[in-house]
Each structure stands twice: as C-alpha cells, then as structure tokens.
Design a protein around this ligand. Structure first.
Ligand code: FAD
Length: 398
C-alpha cells in the first residue's frame, strides 16, 4: 500500500464535515438544522440576491414565518419561546448564516439583543406586553447601544435619561442599529444618575425617529439604522427594572456573540462547499483546477479551519448548556470563528477566479457580510484584549 492510498472500509467522508461532527448533535438539533436549511432554500435564497442588491430585508413578511419555526428567542423559556438548548440555538444560527449573515442578524438581534433583556431584566408586565408577539415575529425589536462617538467603548455613551417627575426623558443618538427602522420597540441603553439603564422605547413615542443607513457594502440584506431620541418622554415603567450598569448590555452581547460564533461556521461552510464544487468542475490547462496542488492546499486549509471552528462552537455550546460558559469562552469563539470564516471566504473567492466576484455565486456576498460580523458584537481587537486580560491579568484596553 502506498502512503497516498486509503483503506477502503471507512465510511464515505463528507468534505464539509470530515470529522463527522454532526453526529455529535442530538436528533432534535439535526432536525432543527434540516428545517432551517429547507426554510432558507425555499423562502430566502430564491430572492436573497435581489434583496441584497436593493439593500433591504422583508422583515414584516419573513418575521412571522421565522417565528412560526420557533427561531425567535428560541433558547428562552415561556412567553411563547421554544425553550431549546443553547446548542440547538447555535445550530439554527449556523444554518441561517449559511444562507446569509443578514438573516442570522435579524434572528440574533430579535432573540438575543431585544427579547433577552426583556426576558432577563424586564417586569412581568413588560414581558407579557412584548415577548409573545416578538416570539411570533409579529413585533420586531432592536438594541441600541452603539453611538456615533461610542463603539468599542460603550461605557462612554452620551445618551442620557433624566427624571422629570415620575417620567423619564431620553436624549441622544444611537448608530448602526440592526432592525432599527422596522422595530416596534427599541431597547435603548442610556446613562442615568444611577448608572446605565435599559429603556423600552415604542416606535410611536413622540420625539423618537429612525433613519436607515444606505450605501452599505456589507450586510445589505439587513436593515441598519440610526435612532434619534429628541426629548423622548417615557413613563416610569419604561425602564428595565432588573439591571443597572454596563452588566445589562454586556450580558445581552454575550448571548448574541454566542449565536455569531456558530453562524460564522455556516457562512464558512457555504464558501468552502461552493469553492470545492467549483474547483472540481472548472477546467484550466486541460484538467479540473481541483487537480492542481495549490488549489488542493487551499481547500485542505479551508477544511481544517472549518472543522476547528465547528469543534470550538460545539464545545462552547456544551459549556453553555452545562451553565459553565464564561464570556472569555465566547470571545474565543467569536474571535476565531469569524476571523477564520472571513479567511475561508476570501480564499474561496480566489478559487472561483472572476466568477468569485459575481452574485451568481454566494462567496463574495459572504465575504462582504463577514466584514461587518468581524466588527459588530466586539471587534477582533476587543476580543483579543478580553482574552489577553484573561491570560495575563493585565487590562490593555486603555
Ligand atoms: C452592520 C452593522 C450592524 C450593527 N448592529 C448594531 C446593533 O444592532 N446595535 C448596536 O448597538 N450596535 C450595532 N453595530 C455597531 C457595532 O457594534 C460597532 O460598530 C462596534 O462595536 C465597533 O464600534 P465602532 O464601529 O465605533 O468602531 P471603533 O470602536 O471606533 O473601533 C475602530 C477600530 O479601533 C479598534 N479599537 C478600538 N478600541 C481599541 C483598543 N482599546 N485597542 C485596540 N484597538 C481598538 C477597533 O477594534 C477597530 O478596529 C453594528 C455595526 C454594523 C457594521
């Protein structure tokens, strides 16, 4: 037997899952994966390039359908939420982002950034008022933390909420807010005399306006908006009673980042599979480009990183389901998986040659999307600093 020949008894290997990691998932997880894949194939992918070109996402139409699948706030319990494991939620994010990061962003923001703070820190009345409709996808939420001058350092926010009698009056601007222009309720984080608090701002609150951000080169099938709060008067019970301080928004970000570290695996898988198929069918110099050693090296490196990213996601999912996950674990996953997904997307683009820049193939769209995913929910640099601090005990943030 030569070194290059393989034993014949081994089961057929799946290129995108060479280690057979999907076998580690439960039957329910696999069913969720299959359901989301089918939904994306039937309801999203046929129109996706059109939405992407137009820079839009049909929230009102797709929201209720996504809600019907049980994907909105799916890892929360009660109030019409599915109450699945964290791993199931991760698998759903993976399959959503295998279609498009914008689709996964809609679900992440709704479930992890808008529903989660209401579920975790809200009063019973707030939960009853918002969560069931949001789980059904009939009501849309957004999460306003970032400001024009306050991104990686959200504690420097200028948005302020002051007391006026028993009311609150909010003033400030939030920037780069996913779902902002279509949201029925904005979870807005603002500075108060007691520290940062979360407020539920209904769409029709006088003084509250939104402006969508156009001319994006990334995450185009997703609504991104500016929120303007011009002396928005809210009743006493608009504040989330259960949290004060940056712990509030940061705990929501941990939830959303968890979904992202799985989602990135989906985007990377789509790029890898597209490049592999293309390489096998594209002839140059009289043979398929898959036969060239340099192409094989690219494909092998992509496959290795894809599998490592999936392993990381699985382990972090297990830790989360066991209640043992730390923010640093989530930083590991977000940092590694988005970075490697972007590298895979770029490498896949080269294998497709000129076709790599065409919307006939999904690769350039994923590569462009992943540039946003690299930045939001903590940039690579910020997650590096979180991990650097965990290793050394030294904070290098400022
Ligand atoms: C498509 C999209 C959707 C978004 N959706 C939302 C949303 O729904 N809600 C929301 O609140 N926000 C949202 N954001 C905002 C996002 O979270 C911020 O863009 C992100 O936190 C980074 O902030 P910034 O863009 O202001 O960059 P900055 O903070 O200005 O950073 C610029 C660069 O400096 C680096 N840097 C900053 N500080 C340090 C440091 N201490 N050491 C080393 N390097 C540093 C950063 O890593 C980055 O490379 C979204 C952004 C995008 C692009």
């Amino acid at each position: 037997m030569t070194a290059a020949s393989a034993p014949s008894a081994a089961p057929a290997l799946q290129p995108a899952d060479l280690l057979g990691l999907d076998a580690q998932l439960s039957d329910e997880d696999r069913l969720i994966a299959e359901t989301v894949r089918r939904f994306a194939a039937d309801r999203v992918l046929p129109s996706l390039e059109e939405w992407y070109e137009q820079g839009t996402f049909p929230t009102r139409e797709l929201g209720p359908e996504i809600g019907e699948l049980g994907l909105l706030g799916m890892h929360l319990s009660g109030y019409g939420c599915a109450g699945t494991s964290a791993t199931s939620y991760g698998v759903a994010c993976r399959e959503l982002e295998a279609a498009d990061s914008g689709l996964r962003s809609f679900v992440s923001v709704q479930g992890s950034l808008a529903m989660f703070p209401i579920w975790k820190f809200g009063s019973d009345e707030q939960k009853e008022r918002w969560l069931p409709g949001m789980a059904r996808g009939e009501l849309v939420g957004c999460f306003g933390l970032t400001e024009p001058d306050s991104g990686s350092d959200p504690a420097s926010m200028k948005t302020r909420a002051r007391r006026d009698g028993s009311d609150w009056v909010l003033g400030g601007t939030k920037m780069w807010i996913t779902n902002g222009g279509v949201a029925d309720v904005a979870v807005v984080w603002a500075r108060t005399d007691d520290g940062v608090r979360g407020f539920l701002v209904p769409r029709d609150a006088p003084g509250f306006t939104t402006h969508d951000i156009h001319r994006k080169h990334s995450l185009r099938a997703s609504i991104t908006s500016e929120l303007v709060l011009d002396d928005v008067r809210l009743p006493d019970d608009a504040v989330l009673p259960g949290v004060t301080g940056m712990r509030g928004p940061l705990s929501c970000l941990s939830e959303a980042r968890y979904g992202i570290l799985w989602g990135a695996v989906g985007a990377a898988r789509t790029c890898f599979v597209t490049a592999l198929e293309y390489a096998k069918s594209r002839p140059q110099f009289g043979r398929a480009i898959a036969g060239f050693q340099l192409t094989q090296q690219k494909l092998v490196n992509m496959m290795l990183e894809l599998q490592k990213a999936q392993l990381l996601a699985l382990q972090i999912g297990r830790l989360k389901d066991e209640g043992r996950v730390a923010p640093q674990h989530i930083s590991m996953g977000k940092l590694n998986n988005v970075r490697e997904a972007l590298a895979i997307a770029r490498e896949a683009r080269t294998i497709l040659g000129a076709n790599g820049i065409s919307s006939e193939y999904p690769v350039m769209r994923h590569a462009a999307n992943l540039e946003s995913v690299l930045t939001y929910e903590g940039t690579n640099e910020i997650h590096t600093l979180i991990l650097g601090q965990a290793l050394t005990g030294e904070s290098a943030f400022a």
